[in-house]
Design a binder for this molecule. Sequence first.
Ligand code: FAD
Length: 450
Amino acid sequence: SSSPSSVIIIGAGISGISAAKVLAENGVEDLLILEATDRIGGRIRKEDFGGVSVELGAGWIAGVGGKETNPIWELAHNANLHTCFSDYSNVRYNIYDQGGKIFPSGVAAHSYKKAVDAAIEILREQEATSCGTQSQKNSTTFLPKTPIELAIDFILHDFEMAEVEPISTYVEYGEREYLVADGRGYEYLLYKMAESFLISDDGKIVDNRLKLNKVVREIQQSKDSVMVKTEDGCVYKANYVIISVSIGVLLSNLISFTPALPKWKTEAIEKCDIVVYTKIFLKFPFKFWPCEQGKEFFIYAHERRGYYTFWQHMENAYPGSNILVVTLTNEESKRVESQPDEETLNEAMGVLRNMFGPNIPNAASILVPRWWNNKFQRGCYSNYPFFNNNQVIQDIKASVGHIFFTGEHTSERFSGYVHGAYLAGIDTAKTLLEEMKDDEEANLLLEPLL
Ligand code: FAD
């Protein structure tokens, strides 16, 4: 047990750090950040692999080049972070069949148009339903069946729907995406942010207001204080708490609440979809894939939806690295997380041999992130349905007494993104500062009566 703080922040991802920074800048210096792992960053995390630094979590600054500036783009610019433009415009013309032939552009364009039209139709129907009008019939229900249709359906729905529905990130900040390719990692932005209000020494945060390896297990709220217990038996007290853990962790019951969270809160949390997104990195002794312009991203069409579909080479980001990345999502992600990496390597090699022939070399190493089985994450990011009734997000975000909620999943406009998490942290801190002011004024009014 230690002396009480004004505010305890649970989680040192970008939302927790940005919230703490706003509090510190506004005079709340007796704050405490409790982080379960041995590092700050959360879902922003680099790892050294095959001689370069790869991003296991967030990799792109999404939404650049528009009328407003993405705040993360600005932070990256100020930190001189090296990034690399991702050109997706040709991806539909780089679709391989199982015999290694690229689909003729006419076939690809036709399948693409069919899938986009179908997706638009489905959205219109949902819109009609959510507005209360009965949708007449399921008119053209296009069901992707062939490998190429399944592949296109996968990239449209599991990656970007921007061609189908307006996504605030791209509408407001622009349609470009830049891949972070910097030895210091995407997480360098977080260190810079933390350093601005926490004591650091030689590139390391040494401030005792940041406590690492502190797994919060219990939060007890009484009338005007909150008690936080960690797995190692420590107890911390504060006037207010900000929780920045992921929606997956909130669902998992890792943290228990006394009194229990109200029903409107738990029900809202249960309504949010969690996406699992796995970037598998493969290191080769040499390149056997095309590297000309427009070939950075390529697609493998298989009869199983999402089976090693989406590929990227890292030569634009790190020339000479000989690294390929394949991205799996949701059920496929969960499947590979539960099997040995050697099996995943064999599957990926089988797919690559279908595309590039039997004589390509085996990968020398493989890296498979496990976000789903990570008990401090339980998934990658939240996904609200497009015609989402805004109430769900409001309820997920709303405070319960002196407990405040933040994180990417509390961002109305940019949930799922780094900038969403960053702005959510700022927003939650501002709301809390207002509440602290109100509470203080109420106390001052009461004082003469006591
Ligand atoms: P987190 O970063 O998860 O921070 C929460 C912190 O809480 C973590 O550090 C966690 O360890 C800690 N914690 C959990 N439980 C406890 C506990 N009981 N006690 C104490 N601490 C606890 N976004 C983009 O903009 N572009 C991308 O390209 C992109 N790609 C992505 C790819 C992947 C694979 C993933 C996983 C995410 C991706 N995202 C991307 C999303 C982006 O990473 C997140 O939206 C953002 O980093 C979330 O930040 P946060 O602060 O809300 O949560």
